[in-house]
Write a protein that binds this ligand. Structure first.
Ligand code: SIN
Length: 294
């Protein structure tokens, strides 16, 4: 396979999406042409991985911020002194039923302008388990029947953070010292936003399915009961193994993904071990749907 990049070496990790990139030191200020190749690699592979990095929180921020302004994630206490860094942690004494990020989701799809992407840096990695999976949401859309595509092209869906961050939400712990992460509810958890079910990626022009089982509540204009069967079908369809990749973390690895055309989940299979990651979250645009012919 010939290398399509001048400055990067990429190695796909699965047929559907995901590639490891060699030969880049993210702690340095990368020349513009190298950075533009990284952006291209992200658009072509949807999630890219850089192993063996040694990043301070500020270097992590500096690299991520080249893609856009960084968001402060609501509900979760940021890293001290670094409001743009979200610590994603589970301690060895925690036996959580629902892990932060533990169900398929696209980050913060409950926001009016959900993030373009996220960059997750591995600091403490369990000896086994704690992998992250991603799914290719272009492929999820492309493999539907034409009739269903047509129907979904015309639908919107309601998203909210309520199931995760509402009072009693699945990952809220209200600063309980038994939990390493401090996740609290607030009024924003019950706000609802409406996004197209099929969004057009602003850079590639491709259509991606944009519903997820963590934050999507129902189709706009339908009840939850009416929406549930089709949503369940779409969630199962999007998570078909052949549409996914799975990344085995190592200390110092950084994963950068595009939230506009992927969803992801963190595996909760390492009780008895610590896992600590730092995430930056890159601001994005309001999702744009498919222009329907009348
Ligand atoms: C996330 O959903 O941002 C966290 C993913 C992970 O911990 O692997």
């Amino acid at each position: 396979m010939s290398n399509p990049y001048r400055h990067l070496q990429t190695r796909p990790i699965a047929g559907a999406l995901g590639a490891e990139i060699d030969g880049v030191d993210l702690s340095r200020e990368l020349p513009a042409e190298v950075f533009e190749e990284i952006r291209r690699a992200l658009h072509e592979n949807l999630v890219i991985f850089f192993r063996g990095q040694r990043l301070t929180p500020q270097q992590h921020i500096d690299f991520s911020a080249r893609f856009g302004e960084l968001l402060e994630v609501p509900f979760v206490r940021a890293l001290d002194g670094y409001p743009a860094i979200l610590p994603v942690m589970k301690g060895k004494a925690e036996t959580k039923r629902r892990l932060f990020g533990g169900l398929w989701h696209s980050d913060m799809s409950y926001a009016q302008e959900p993030p373009l992407g996220s960059a997750l840096y591995g600091r403490v990695i369990p000896p086994y388990g704690g992998d992250t999976m991603w799914a290719n949401m272009y492929r999820a859309y492309d493999t539907l029947s034409d009739r269903l595509k047509q129907m979904l092209d015309g639908l919107n869906a309601v998203h909210s953070a309520v199931r995760s961050y509402g009072s009693g939400g699945a990952v809220v712990n209200n600063g309980d010292p038994a939990h390493k992460m401090d996740v609290r509810t607030d009024d924003r958890a019950v706000q609802e936003v409406i996004h197209p079910v099929v969004r057009v990626h602003p850079a590639t022009g491709r259509k991606a399915l944009y519903v997820n089982s963590t934050y999507t509540l129902r189709f706009d204009g339908m009840t939850q009961e009416e929406s549930e069967p089709l949503l369940q079908f779409l969630y199962e369809h999007a998570a078909r193994p052949e549409f996914t990749c799975r990344f085995r973390w190592s200390e110092g690895a950084l994963a950068l993904w595009d939230n506009r055309c992927t969803q992801h989940l963190a595996m909760n299979d390492y009780d008895g071990f610590d896992r600590e990651m730092h995430r930056t979250t890159i601001s994005g645009d309001r999702p744009v749907g498919v222009a329907l012919r009348v």
